[in-house]
Design a protein around this ligand. Structure first.
Ligand SMILES: *[C@@H]1O[C@H](CO)[C@@H](O)[C@H](O)[C@H]1NC(C)=O
Ligand SMILES: *[C@@H]1O[C@H](CO)[C@@H](O)[C@H](O)[C@H]1NC(C)=O
Ligand SMILES: *[C@@H]1O[C@H](CO)[C@@H](O)[C@H](O)[C@H]1NC(C)=O
Ligand SMILES: *[C@@H]1O[C@H](CO)[C@@H](O)[C@H](O)[C@H]1NC(C)=O
Ligand SMILES: *[C@@H]1O[C@H](CO)[C@@H](O)[C@H](O)[C@H]1NC(C)=O
Ligand SMILES: *[C@@H]1O[C@H](CO)[C@@H](O)[C@H](O)[C@H]1NC(C)=O
Ligand SMILES: *[C@@H]1O[C@H](CO)[C@@H](O)[C@H](O)[C@H]1NC(C)=O
Ligand SMILES: *[C@@H]1O[C@H](CO)[C@@H](O)[C@H](O)[C@H]1NC(C)=O
Ligand SMILES: *[C@@H]1O[C@H](CO)[C@@H](O)[C@H](O)[C@H]1NC(C)=O
Ligand SMILES: *[C@@H]1O[C@H](CO)[C@@H](O)[C@H](O)[C@H]1NC(C)=O
Ligand SMILES: *[C@@H]1O[C@H](CO)[C@@H](O)[C@H](O)[C@H]1NC(C)=O
Ligand SMILES: *[C@@H]1O[C@H](CO)[C@@H](O)[C@H](O)[C@H]1NC(C)=O
Length: 424
């Protein structure tokens, strides 16, 4: 009798101890965001919740629709759990957003929400949704590239040791998310879909971009969109994309970099494993601006320095991809004739695409347009089982200024131009 009581007491006190230990001095303050029922702006309530509970706390959204009619800056968070169980629906007052979207720190781009901090655990439980109401933006900009102050959906800025999981992003206003000045972030089980029901394309609706970012993992993503799927840009290192699906859009886009004259930008250690591409322009696309500066960023530029190196693309399945692998060192502001595709000093080096199967529309497998001023080095393309749409095994590799090929021989030249959409 006494022994049993003691052991029951022992178990109870252990449970209490651990609860205390977990709750203990770091007990989380919980803020539940209540939506206004009249469709009024919920952004101030969201901001208040982050102010109250953004440090050692938890911010909870209910399974409701929240109307976001104004910009949100929730930075400097520390050890916060965010539970999104409903939908954040962004408003369509275009003039408001053009006046108020916040700079996100690169290329004159701006954003509707800037979120950042350390130890952020953002859970969407597979249904928490960001809805950017993007159709109004696709129609409004009508394919104009980088329309000034058109907002991105989310900037994850100055963020470390964080997880974003089980979230859905639909109809993003522009780029879906950018990780900037951030490191050690895992983004897992993320669904992105931006499509247009009008004649305007969902242009510039990138799935995710990384800028000044290190050690970022994208795992089990599904991206349907009209532009880059996942795109490491300036100073991105140790980026992993795994087990992800890309539908429509341009596939994985490394760059572009080299847009700012004299500025050194790098992409190093990019790995993509076990991915599936359907109806995309490319599986992967490496791009730099030319060595000549023509006009100014965002819609112009060139003359930057740096490199893209150590890229591994492995175990891809393609379904009706236009041009599986493309390099270009000839990005310029569209419409400018006579740019020199041999002028870029940026280096593309040690890139491997291996173990790829499926179908592409037509020859070639790869178009590698490298600059004569800085040839590409150490390119491997092997273990392919690719057929073109007529069922013929694909054999073509078009190259300019490629030094050191493994697994393939160049069979022709590229058209010597930038081929953003895979055509010359
Ligand atoms: C959220 O609420 C809607 C009804 O408003 C309901 O149909 C849906 O099942 C709920 N989702 C979850 C995950 O609770
Ligand atoms: C946008 O800014 C302009 C000029 O500052 C101002 O006149 C206009 O009222 C603003 N519009 C909105 C919707 O905020
Ligand atoms: C966001 O808020 C932080 C802290 O107040 C501030 O330092 C930063 O400049 C703000 N960012 C933007 C883009 O407004
Ligand atoms: C882009 O930003 C730069 C630096 O902040 C600024 O000098 C330039 O005027 C901006 N350009 C546009 C088109 O807004
Ligand atoms: C990279 O980030 C992950 C979190 O996503 C972390 O567990 C890991 O330790 C980091 N790696 C390095 C080398 O810092
Ligand atoms: C992968 O993500 C999808 C949502 O896009 C989700 O349904 C699925 O459960 C995820 N897989 C795992 C293993 O979590
Ligand atoms: C890998 O992706 C597939 C297809 O989206 C999904 O069903 C599966 O759960 C994912 N596995 C992991 C471990 O995320
Ligand atoms: C980008 O990386 C280069 C090379 O490491 C470095 O010189 C440059 O300062 C970095 N730029 C920024 C803004 O971090
Ligand atoms: C890239 O990976 C190599 C090999 O793992 C490592 O030595 C190097 O430091 C990494 N580069 C960066 C910028 O982290
Ligand atoms: C290749 O990727 C697919 C998912 O696209 C995965 O199911 C399969 O296990 C991977 N194969 C290897 C050898 O890793
Ligand atoms: C199949 O298409 C390729 C171009 O992708 C072409 O070179 C080849 O001749 C075609 N083969 C047949 C049998 O039509
Ligand atoms: C490339 O060409 C060389 C010289 O003709 C030949 O020895 C080699 O087998 C070819 N490699 C491939 C992968 O076709």
């Amino acid at each position: 009798m006494i022994l049993i009581s003691l052991s029951v007491f022992g178990i109870l006190s252990a449970l209490l101890f651990f609860r205390d230990f977990a709750a203990g001095p770091k007990s989380r303050k919980v803020c539940i965001v209540e939506p206004g029922k009249d469709g009024s702006d919920d952004a101030p309530a969201v901001i208040r919740a982050f102010q109250e509970c953004g440090k050692n706390g938890r911010v909870e959204f209910l399974n409701e629709t929240y109307h976001i009619e104004s910009v949100m800056n929730t930075t400097g968070l520390d050890d916060v759990e965010i539970n999104l169980k409903g939908t954040l629906l962004w408003g369509t007052n275009i003039m408001y957003w053009l006046n108020n979207s916040m700079p996100m720190g690169y290329q004159n781009q701006s954003t509707a929400w800037i979120l950042g901090g350390h130890k952020i655990n953002f859970q969407g439980h597979g249904y928490g949704t960001f809805d950017g109401n993007g159709q109004v933006w696709y129609d409004f900009v009508n394919d104009e590239s980088n329309y000034p102050r058109r907002p991105h959906a989310l900037a994850i800025s100055e963020t470390t040791n964080s997880v974003f999981e089980g979230l859905r992003f639909v109809q993003s206003q522009m780029w879906t998310m950018t990780l900037i000045h951030s490191s050690n972030v895992l983004l897992h089980n993320i669904y992105v879909s931006s499509t247009s029901n009008s004649n305007a394309t969902p242009s510039n609706t990138d799935g995710a971009d990384t800028i000044y970012a290190n050690n970022i993992t994208f795992s089990n993503w599904s991206v349907t969109n009209g532009d880059d799927g996942i795109s490491p840009k300036a100073n991105s290192s140790n980026i992993l994309v795994e087990n992800s699906t890309f539908i429509g859009g341009s596939g994985l886009a490394l760059g572009s970099i080299g847009q700012y004259e004299g500025v050194f930008e790098t992409i190093e250690n990019f790995t993509a494993l076990d991915c599936y591409f359907k109806n995309t322009i490319h599986a992967a696309y490496l791009k730099s601006w030319t060595g000549q500066q023509v006009n100014y960023p965002p819609n112009g530029g060139g003359g930057g320095l740096g490199y893209i190196k150590n890229v591994l693309l492995q175990n891809f399945t393609l379904d009706n991809v236009k041009l599986p692998l493309s390099f270009t060192q000839c990005i310029s502001y569209s419409g400018i004739a006579g740019v020199d595709c041999n002028s870029s000093l940026l280096k593309m080096q040690n890139v491997s695409m291996v173990d790829v199967r499926g179908t592409a529309q037509e020859e070639p497998v790869a178009s590698l347009q490298c600059s004569a001023s800085s040839p590409c080095h150490d390119i491997t393309i092997e273990w392919l089982e690719l057929k073109s749409s007529n069922g013929t095994a694909m054999v073509g590799y078009n190259c300019d200024n490629v030094v050191g090929t493994t697994g393939f021989n160049c069979t022709g030249r590229t058209c010597g131009k930038s081929s953003v959409d895979g055509t010359c």
